[in-house]
Design a protein around this ligand. Sequence first.
Ligand SMILES: [Zn+2]
Length: 326
Amino acid sequence: MTLPRRQLLLSALAAPALLSAPSLHAQNTPEQEPARPHGAIQRFFVGDIEVIALWDGFAQLPNAFITGFDQASALRAANAAYRRFDAESSNVSINGYIIRTAGKTIAVDTGAPAAMGPTVARWSDSLGMAGLSFSDIDTVFLTHMHGDHVGGLISPTAAATVPHADLIAAQAEWDFTFDDGIYAALPEQFRANFDFARLAVSPYKSRFNGISMERETEIATGVQALPLPGHTPGHMGLRVHQGTDQLLIWGDAIHFAAYQFMQPDWGVLFDSDANQAITTRRNLLEEAAADRLRVAGMHLDFPAVGYVENAGGNYRYIPSSMDMQI
Ligand SMILES: [Zn+2]
């Protein structure tokens, strides 16, 4: 079966449906099997709090997913960011983070499921590269419950991979994910994403701690959950802080790192509230630039930690240098 390229890419995002179907790479002969990326990590510190960025891989997403997209502006943004430009699609990194504070190890998102394609699902490899295993994780914090953030929560047989971990996310996100009315109204192509999210978080139901979107909530020493609604109703970030040192993990405030710093009003088709997502993104960018904040995000280019500068009325991303500490 040959799918048009666009349809193939749409299928890849909606991918979790492929869990019950032959996977994309299973259709290839061994000679055609594309090289799979290795995991990657980047370790840094916020005061004494250890943070490790874990690379899950990347997804090739159609530019048609971007609301407001125009090719001339995209090319300009990609050039300004020294990024390769393709008129049809863009490579989007998928990242998770580990935070180690006060004897606790917190996983922040867990990457995409293997069924999403051959270039993702390296999260557990990266965890191993960091010298950690599933049993070291005390808490999983989810910025939200889209499929590309919950992949590491379950095995190929849908068993919990971190059965003793508490799961923390916004209660509003859990309610949104399991709302049958919202599900029924979804375009067909986005349903598989919800199907997989439901499958992945369900084994953790008895250990789920749903937190409020009305206020910031301390989830561990020096770690505050921060409501960032728009991309989904329960989308949250984290502020990690010790003394004057701070890190803002902004979840999916940015999806297309090549463009959205210069075009912060561009969103993605799967933002549940497009205007609110833009407001949230602009507020974060403005705060990060004004306060010289270190930022991290689930779709920033790996190693996915850096800074934001004001640039001609918009913004520019400055990747962080390696944090040389032991
Ligand atoms: Zn995402």
